[in-house]
Design a protein around this ligand. Structure first.
Ligand code: PSV
Ligand code: MN
Ligand code: MN
Length: 398
């Protein structure tokens, strides 16, 4: 009998020292969190274009997310967003669980309120800080109600011109407020992830601009506080893979917000602009998994997507996002680590690069197809979805 394309690939990989069954098992473990907000109308500060069929509430977002799971085999964890997903939370939990899905990280935004014009957790006004902490604690209660294991805290706090704010005072207020939320999160068994961002909405300074500051707060709070790395939140040229490796070593990498970008925080499909960067990041996760000391911290990293598609069709773009992430992860699993380590120790610069790039350049589509087949999914996720009944029906939404 003729050998299948997968069998030929597997033989080639085994010859290069890769245990293909191990790779397939590791693909099982990849945990992808899908953002509810990726299925709804979204845009820039100038305008949001409406597309027929955009999800109108949390329940429709769950329906859309279920399609991603159905066609890719991943994405059964949906991330809720407050205030965008305000609803009957008990009903939401039942709805998600009935579909065999779970709740991923609960995300918070505290900016859609005039009171937050000059900041939230680090606002100079004690009353506003209290209001923010109350909002944060409410989100933690919601996380508890729906069964979400972690909370993502991202704040808008910052300033726009020199002299506007006192950094020291704001650091003190930020720490105090974060601590109140942290204590409540710990009492509810909810992990606390702090997300940093270099810019936006403020342009002169942000109170949590980078991984170092986020790690500073996390360390001051306690073990349950971790850092969220959003790929769109750095200065140009920053090596995100290096940040990831350090945070894994420190047991402080809580989650990713995966996306891609050209100019800034563009929230594009991961791997469409810079697939090598995505691969390099996933490579650090796999490297962490392969070491005894870091295995559990690397395994527990939540591979969340944070994408707000501007003009792309939503479910299709989310399916491609998941497939791109699986692709990068599968390639990272194909790195011959022993060989790479030896080449690095030998200071064989180009040899080490070739070893890494050999994995990157491997076409893993047949490997992913085999993985999907073993999970009862036949064919290409994107093509299958656009030929589905759901795809046609979705356009009929009001
Ligand atoms: C901010 O840019 C951010 O990355 C935060 O994670 C928010 O929660 C998300 O985008 C959606 O606004
Ligand atoms: Mn984000
Ligand atoms: Mn962002």
């Amino acid at each position: 009998m003729d050998r299948t394309g997968f069998e030929i690939l597997a033989e080639k990989l085994e010859k290069n020292g890769i245990d293909v069954e191990w790779v397939l098992r590791e693909l099982d473990q990849l945990l992808v969190e899908v953002p509810s907000w990726g299925f709804s109308k979204s845009g820039t500060r100038f305008f949001s274009f409406e597309q027929k069929g955009d999800a109108r509430d949390f329940f429709e977002r769950v329906d859309d997310c279920e399609q991603v799971l159905k066609y890719t085999g991943k994405g059964g964890q949906i991330c809720m967003h407050i205030p965008w997903d305000q609803c009957d939370y008990k009903a939401a939990r039942e709805y998600v669980e009935e579909k065999g899905m779970t709740f991923g990280t609960l995300n918070t935004n505290m900016f859609q309120d005039n009171d937050f014009r000059l900041g939230t957790l680090a606002n100079s006004d004690k009353k506003i800080r209290k209001k923010t902490v109350d909002t944060l604690n409410h989100c933690i209660d919601v996380a508890h109600t729906v069964g979400a294991k972690s909370l993502n805290v991202w704040t808008i706090d910052g300033s726009d011109i020199p002299g506007q704010n006192d950094y020291r005072m704001r650091r003190k207020w930020m720490l105090e407020s974060l601590k109140e939320g942290y204590d409540h999160a710990v009492s509810c068994g909810v992990q606390y992830n702090i997300e940093y961002k270099l810019f936006e909405p403020s342009s002169y300074h942000m109170d949590i601009p980078d991984w170092g500051t986020a790690l500073y707060y996390a360390s001051r709070l306690g073990e349950q506080a971790k850092v969220t790395v959003d790929l769109g939140h750095h200065a140009f040229g920053v090596n995100v893979a290096q940040i990831v490796s350090l945070l894994i070593d420190e047991q402080r990498l809580g989650a990713f917000h995966l996306n891609d970008n050209v100019c800034a925080d563009d929230d594009l499909i991961p791997g469409t602009i810079n697939p090598l960067r995505l691969f390099a990041i996933e490579n650090e996760i796999v490297a962490g998994i392969c070491e005894k000391e870091t295995e559990s911290s690397a395994r527990s990293v939540l591979q969340g997507l944070d994408i707000s598609f501007y003009i792309e069709p939503k479910v299709e773009a989310m399916i491609l996002s998941v497939v791109n992430l699986q692709t990068a992860y599968a390639k990272a699993l194909l790195v011959n680590r022993k060989k790479l380590q030896q080449l690095q120790l030998d200071n064989d610069i180009l040899g080490a690069n070739q070893c890494l790039m050999q994995a990157y350049h491997t076409d893993v589509s047949l490997l992913l197809e085999e993985w999907r087949n073993r999970h009862g999914i036949q064919g290409d996720p994107y093509t299958n979805y656009i030929h589905s009944e759901y795809f046609a029906d979705r356009k009929k939404r009001g």
